[in-house]
Design a protein around this ligand. Structure first.
Ligand code: COA
Length: 433
């Protein structure tokens, strides 16, 4: 596979950079840690390394150095479609090279061969109680496939540390293409009476996902856009960091991704997209058919804050402006569903919420994040079961975090082990003890 050979060359070239930095500049300081950071979730402490993406607080995410519009522009597109092959994006994230159409199609074919969901996973999904959250099913399905790990097999046979990345990549290539199949299976099982739709071997990852979900075009393009937009947000966010942390113990890709997905399931992280929709629907129900106005929205936002809850979809630990992932989806809505009432309400919230959060004066970033805009698109195309939304996020996020752990193994990053201190020690450091 061309991608693997390109990756091998990139890894060999990159290793010398990492080794040199460690050997010759290991003592160079890049961050300091304050008491506020130690208590406050390590916010802003620079202590992780990744080259897959970088998040600038004002500009937003760059994937391998490219902004979102630049990435969409550069990658080969599915014929007749507006968005690129997800497979071409995966090639790009892994290697930092934009693949040709031929290189892309090689990945597309490889993914097709590997995307069939094993029967035992279907059995496990069917055995789970009907009210199980789809994120629990998704994580359990990933974990159930751990028995297939090639990394574990090769590790048990005994292999050089320098070769770890190869079976890790093999695991990633086996796991990633199965995620849309697993997600669509869960969706049809949970909400469509287990009326499953067979794989269409003609279709790429985004196309086949839409097909197996049972949703017409342009939902295939929505899926491609969605998976790419949600793929990576550098290394410190909960899902990326968790996947990296678990993988640092040499737990394989299945264990690591399942753990990362569990983190994504939290309402302060990926689950916020479900929360946005439930908040908005509750708000619209409360209107009892009346036209929403900015004044009424303002009141509802204040009621949420005054009851001690957060405004879902707003704020960010790193970003300090409107999330370009929000903007990208907003542009999609302006083009495809400009007059949709739910989109109008979401847009009105965008007009009002930043001012409300600024007036409250707590959130460091009053602007919307990716989750504020994603649910409305799903709803418009008929995916109204909002507790499924974070699973879609999870498929996308897997692309970034699985690329990261492949590179972790390639560069020999060690087991992660930060140091903790006691409150007594903090008081001593502060000079108050
Ligand atoms: C994303 C988030 C978890 C970042 O948290 P953070 O880095 O601690 O954010 P800040 O430093 O700005 O938080 C400072 C204060 O503002 C509050 N705040 C931040 N965003 C808020 C929001 N959207 N609504 C209400 N309060 C908010 C925090 O809860 C915190 O309050 P506290 O001092 O009482 O604990 C936070 O903005 C949030 O809860 N947003 C809503 C959930 C969401 O959309 N998550 C998806 C993120 S992609």
């Amino acid at each position: 596979m061309k991608m693997k050979e390109v990756l091998r060359q990139k890894i060999e070239a990159h290793r010398t950079r990492t080794v040199r930095l460690l050997k010759e500049y290991g003592d160079t300081e890049i961050s300091k840690v304050t008491i506020a950071q130690a208590i406050g979730g390590a916010r802003g402490v620079r202590c992780l390394v990744t080259d897959v993406s970088y998040l600038d607080p004002f500009e937003g995410i760059r994937f391998r150095g490219r902004t979102i519009p630049e990435t969409f522009e550069a990658l080969p597109k599915v014929p007749g479609k507006e968005y690129p092959y997800v497979e071409s994006f995966f090639y790009y994230m892994m290697t930092s090279d934009i693949p040709t159409m031929e290189e892309t199609l090689e990945v597309v074919e490889e993914f097709k061969k590997r995307r069939n969901l094993p029967d035992y996973v279907k059995g496990i999904m069917r055995a789970m109680p009907k009210d199980t959250h789809p994120m629990t099913m998704f994580s359990a399905g990933i974990l159930a496939m751990q028995r297939e790990s090639v990394f574990v097999e090769k590790y048990n046979e005994g292999m050089s540390k320098f070769d770890y990345w190869e079976p890790t990549l093999e695991d990633v290539l086996n796991l990633l293409p199965k995620l849309p199949s697993l997600a669509a299976f869960i969706y049809r099982l949970k909400y469509k009476d287990d009326d499953q739709i067979a794989d269409n071997p003609e279709l790429d990852m985004g196309g086949n996902f839409a097909h197996q979900m049972g949703i017409e075009a342009p939902y295939d393009d929505v899926a491609r856009m969605y998976f790419i937009l949600h793929s990576d947000h550098e290394s410190g966010n909960v899902s990326a960091h968790t996947t990296h942390l678990v993988a640092s113990a040499l737990s394989d890709a299945y264990y690591s991704l399942s753990a990362g997905i569990n983190g994504l399931a939290g309402p302060l992280h990926g689950l916020a997209n479900q929360e946005v929709l439930s908040w908005t629907m509750k708000f619209m129900d409360g209107l009892e058919g009346k036209e929403p106005t900015e004044e009424v929205i303002k009141e509802a936002l204040w009621a949420t804050l005054n009851s001690g809850q957060v405004i879902p979809g707003y704020g960010h630990a790193v970003l300090r402006k409107t999330d370009p992932r929000y903007t990208s989806q907003r542009e999609f809505c302006l083009k495809n569903l400009p007059d949709y009432p739910l989109f109008k309400v979401i847009s009105m919230i965008y007009q009002v919420a930043p001012g409300v959060l600024e007036e409250q004066g707590k959130a460091k970033n009053p602007w919307p994040n990716v989750d504020a805009q994603s649910g409305v698109i799903q709803w418009y195309y008929g995916l109204t079961e909002w507790d499924f939304y974070t699973v879609l996020f999870g498929i996308g996020r897997a692309i970034g975090v699985l690329t990261n752990i492949t590179w972790d193994r390639a560069l020999g990053y060690p087991i992660e082990r930060p140091k903790s201190v006691t409150t007594d020690m903090l008081e001593e450091a502060a000079g108050i003890k």
